[in-house]
Design a protein. Structure first.
Length: 257
């Protein structure tokens, strides 16, 4: 599996830094994971958006899905697409509210929302805890500790496994999800300083490192650090709590899983 980072800025896009967005590829299948603010431009720099075979969203906060509207404009109005997007709909695995959420973001007013149905170019599949298959990938879906309908993922292919926290606080559901994973793509939104961390929202650097150690993961990719957070401090915390390889992902970075 090959992971390409379209964006990794946490909570909001930063200066020349898109929010969350990733591509995971194997056997010629291209899976988009998240499509936050600014990632659609980054996507076009590395792949034809029509080449996406499926999309997967952990939750529906804007920093993880805002550019879905731009993709929708492309799929509905491109004058010369490589295939008919109405005949070959893009499968979107997302929380159950996604069709209404994305239609509301796409539409301009109440009247427009009343007639906007993006199912003309998408096939929406509601996520729930359990196991699903997306192309060549086996995906285990687990509930995340976040203030909305949110999920974490364990994605396997060819004997290799990527665990992705999504946005989450510490939760027992993560333990099985990351156990023995070859790579952990972990958010770390802040440091472990007292009083800084609301519960059930995000991981600190320390918590991300502890999760990796408890799960005996092979390597940690750190993502989703907001522009206002001290990146060096977060990374120091991860490395103090986990003695394996730790990498701060970068926009445009490509990582073998």
């Amino acid at each position: 599996m090959l992971l390409t980072v379209l964006g990794c800025s946490g909570s909001i896009p930063g200066p020349n830094a898109p929010a969350s967005g990733y591509l995971l590829s194997a056997e010629g299948f291209l899976l988009g994971i998240e499509l936050g603010n600014g990632t659609f431009a980054a996507l076009q720099a590395v792949a034809d958006p029509f080449a996406l075979d499926a999309l997967l969203f952990s939750h529906l906060h804007a920093d993880h899905c805002a550019d879905f509207s731009a993709l929708s404009v492309l799929r509905r109005y491109h004058p010369n697409p490589p295939h008919d997007p109405r005949e070959r709909k893009l499968v979107v695995h997302a929380p159950a509210a996604a069709p209404e959420r994305f239609a509301a973001a796409y539409a301009t007013d109440e009247a427009d929302r009343a007639v906007t149905d993006l199912s003309d170019v998408y096939d929406f599949a509601a996520l729930r805890p359990g196991k699903i298959h997306i192309g060549p990938f086996e995906v285990v879906v687990a509930p995340a500790a976040h203030p909305c309908d949110a999920y974490s993922f364990r994605i396997s292919h060819g004997g290799r496994t990527l665990a992705y926290t999504g946005d989450t606080g510490v939760t027992p559901a993560l333990d099985d999800l990351v156990d023995g994973a070859d790579v952990l793509l972990a958010e770390a939104c802040w440091t472990h300083a007292p009083g800084e961390r609301p519960v059930d929202l995000h991981l600190s650097g320390t918590e991300a490192g502890e999760l990796a150690t408890a799960g005996r993961v092979g390597r940690v990719l750190v993502t989703h650090i907001p522009p206002w957070t001290d990146t060096d401090a977060v990374m120091s915390e991860v490395r103090a709590a986990y003695d394996g390889e730790v990498i701060l992902v970068e926009q445009g970075g490509m990582y073998d899983i």
